[in-house]
Each structure stands twice: as structure tokens, then as C-alpha cells.
Design a protein around this ligand. Structure first.
Ligand code: HEC
Length: 126
């Protein structure tokens, strides 16, 4: 009977340990958190056209994994530069299979710190 109790205890310990082994997501910095908020809010309303779920097409492409993709979009252009440019001058690079439909006036409505926060948030979407 004791061995059973011991085994049950071992199982409990194992379960407890494996729960701890799960990776916890890195908490967002204040700027990244602000960018995340802005993504779904006025004036940008990015979320009306962009999903953060992979392969979900709204009007624009899903932005899941955009941090990695952005680095390879244009030769000699870093991920950060590409993302800033995507918001400031969306027509400079139009994603294949999508209309040049991203509003150009969004950038004028965002303050410079808001733009920075949005880009910082997008850079977390690896
Ligand atoms: C009215 C719809 C609409 C809104 C609102 C919108 N976008 Fe877009 N966006 C698009 C479309 C369509 C494309 C694809 C065509 C292109 O590349 O311009 C795109 C492309 C992009 C890309 C390039 C993606 C890639 O795979 O290279 C980024 C980054 C992006 N948008 C970010 C944003 C952010 C950030 C906001 C909010 C500030 C936003 N968009 C708001 C429609 C929108």
C-alpha cells in the first residue's frame, strides 16, 4: 500500500513540475503594450483590417510573424524600417495578392510616439 502512495505522490510531483516547465510569455514593455492597445484602437484601427491569427485574411494580411517577415521584405531594409514604412508610405511595398488598400492618412493621425509604440509591438510578433 505504501508503494502505491509513493507512486501517486511521484505522479503529482511530475505533473507539478511539467506545469512549471511551460514557457511563460515575456511580458510586454510599456511601449509595446501601448502599441498593442493602439493596434485595436482609433486612429489606426489596424485590427479592422489585420488579424493577429496566422493566415487569417481580413482586408489586409495577417500580421502574425510579421517581425520575422519584415526583415526579408525589402533588400537592405531592416524589420523596423520596413514596419515604419508600411505605416508611413504603405504604397511603397504592396504585399503580393493584396490591393494597395491600406489608408495613407493613418500616419498623419498618429503621433510620433504612437507610431514608435506600434512598431515596437509589431516587432514582438515573431
Ligand atoms: C483599411 C484596411 C487597413 C487598415 C486600417 C490598416 N491596414 Fe495595414 N495593410 C492593409 C492592406 C490591404 C495591406 C496589404 C497591401 C500593402 O502592402 O499595402 C496592408 C499591409 C500592411 C503591412 C505590411 C504587411 C506585410 O506582410 O508586409 C503592415 C506592417 C501593416 N499593414 C500594418 C498596419 C498597421 C500597424 C495598421 C494600423 C496603424 C494598419 N496596417 C492599418 C490594409 C489596412
Amino acid at each position: 500500500m505504501r508503494i502505491v502512495t509513493f507512486l501517486v505522490l511521484c505522479l503529482f510531483l511530475l505533473a507539478a513540475c511539467s506545469q512549471h516547465a511551460e514557457p511563460t510569455p515575456t511580458p510586454l514593455t510599456p511601449a509595446q503594450a501601448e502599441g498593442k492597445r493602439l493596434f485595436g484602437a482609433s486612429p489606426g484601427n489596424c485590427a479592422t483590417c489585420h488579424s493577429l491569427e496566422p493566415d487569417v485574411r481580413i482586408i489586409g494580411p495577417s500580421l502574425a510573424g510579421i517581425a520575422s517577415l519584415a526583415a526579408s521584405r525589402m533588400e537592405g531594409v531592416s524589420a523596423q524600417e520596413y514596419l515604419e514604412m508600411s505605416i508611413l508610405r504603405p504604397g511603397l511595398y504592396v504585399v503580393e495578392d493584396y490591393p494597395d488598400a491600406m489608408p495613407v492618412n493613418i500616419a498623419k493621425q498618429l503621433t510620433s510616439p504612437q507610431l514608435t509604440s506600434l512598431v515596437e509591438f509589431l516587432l514582438t510578433l515573431k
